[in-house]
Write a protein that binds this ligand. Structure first.
Ligand code: AHM
Ligand code: MG
Length: 336
């Protein structure tokens, strides 16, 4: 059977599912940028790209050289194609405006250019997460610069979401709102090849992912749930659970899409101004769309992540996602 590349898959989608041609082009360009980031990440010390810059991002976090480089790669790849009204990145304070010399388009692109970047220097998987929405109304036809309001749409409005994971293999996982598929980068050919059709998250699981070092800061429902997981067969859940924490959301979510599991980054009591660590627009929403499209569940502990009305571009939210049985249970404990 001939190999189905990302380009071919997207062209077939355009024909059979009326995926608009400009959305197809946009996804192709994002994928091309991910190939470039994959290449830079894989060079490591040989490319002089490891280590930190002197700067901090808007979240007050130290930026890695590869955070900055990946951000630039995504901006440069996507600014000229005429598909976008604006972009927003975890690494930038304000929305990025399409330069006046290029045409504008109907979509908004948000991304975390290099998620899990604390893992870069230790050669552990990192990734790029992205989300596509429509620019509301005819906002792309205005000459003015776009403010963050255009981006403040609930995750249900996403028309596409995906991530690239830069691990032993580079993979691109994508949803256009009708299931989830995965492509593996063939480095010799330079193309993403369809390798994972119709990815599904198993409903039940015996594996969980959480940063246990924060345990003393968690709220009561999470304390209760994790106590029960740790109690194993002798506890109320009646089975033994295994734990994994990669500290790259992309890699943890990829494992859950592959063999099930529950991922948690709860709110904790350290800093009331930070309700969780992960960002709604760059991490939680795209991953929630992917997980739901694969049959899993994603909540902030009390409600569906995709229903949250964003109030700020860089808003943080608690995240519980993965196998339905477990996410429903921990969400139920919050709502009890
Ligand atoms: P980043 O976008 O600055 O890399 O932060 C997000 C990452 C996630 O990939 C991961 O799940 C989490 O932070 C790990 O946090 P911690 O270091 O607290 O374990
Ligand atoms: Mg990041």
């Amino acid at each position: 059977m001939s190999r189905v590349t990302l380009s071919r898959y997207l062209i077939e989608q355009t024909r059979s599912h009326n995926t608009p041609a400009d959305l197809r082009f946009l996804i192709e360009v994002v994928a091309r940028a991910c190939k470039e980031i994959s290449h830079a990440v894989s060079k490591g010390a040989l490319g002089g790209v490891l280590g930190s810059t002197e700067t901090e991002n808007v979240q007050g976090e130290v930026q890695k050289k590869l955070d900055v480089l990946s951000n630039e790669i995504l901006l440069e790849a996507n600014e000229w194609g005429g598909t976008l009204a604006a972009m927003a990145s975890e690494e930038m304070d304000e929305p990025y405006q399409i330069p006046g010399r290029y045409p504008k388009g109907a979509y908004l692109l948000t991304f975390d250019p290099l998620d899990g970047s604390s893992n870069i220097d230790v050669n552990v998987s990192v990734g790029t997460i992205f989300s596509v929405m429509r620019c509301p109304g005819e906002c792309f036809s205005q000459n003015d610069s776009l403010g963050e309001e255009a981006f403040l749409q609930p995750g249900t409005q996403q028309v596409a979401a995906g991530y690239a994971v830069y691990g032993p293999q580079t993979m691109l996982v994508l949803t256009l709102g009708e299931g989830v598929i995965g492509f593996t980068l063939d480095r010799e050919m330079g193309s993403f090849v369809l390798t994972h059709d119709n990815i599904r998250v198993p409903e039940s699981t015996a594996e969980f992912a959480i940063n246990m070092s924060n345990q003393r800061h968690w709220e009561a429902p999470v304390q209760r749930y994790v106590d029960e997981l740790l109690a194993g067969k002798e506890g109320p859940l009646g089975k033994n659970y295994n734990m994994r924490w990669i500290a790259s959301m992309v890699a943890d979510v990829h494992r859950i899409l592959t063999r099930g599991g529950v991922f948690m980054y709860p709110r904790d009591k350290r800093d009331p101004s930070k309700p969780g660590k992960l960002r709604l627009m760059y991490e939680a929403n795209p991953m929630a769309m992917i997980i739901e499209q694969a049959g899993g569940v994603a909540t902030d502990g009390t409600q569906r992540i995709l229903d949250i009305q964003p109030t700020a571009l860089h808003q943080r939210v608690p995240v519980f996602l993965g196998s339905k049985e477990e996410v429903d249970r921990v969400t139920g404990y919050h709502n009890a």
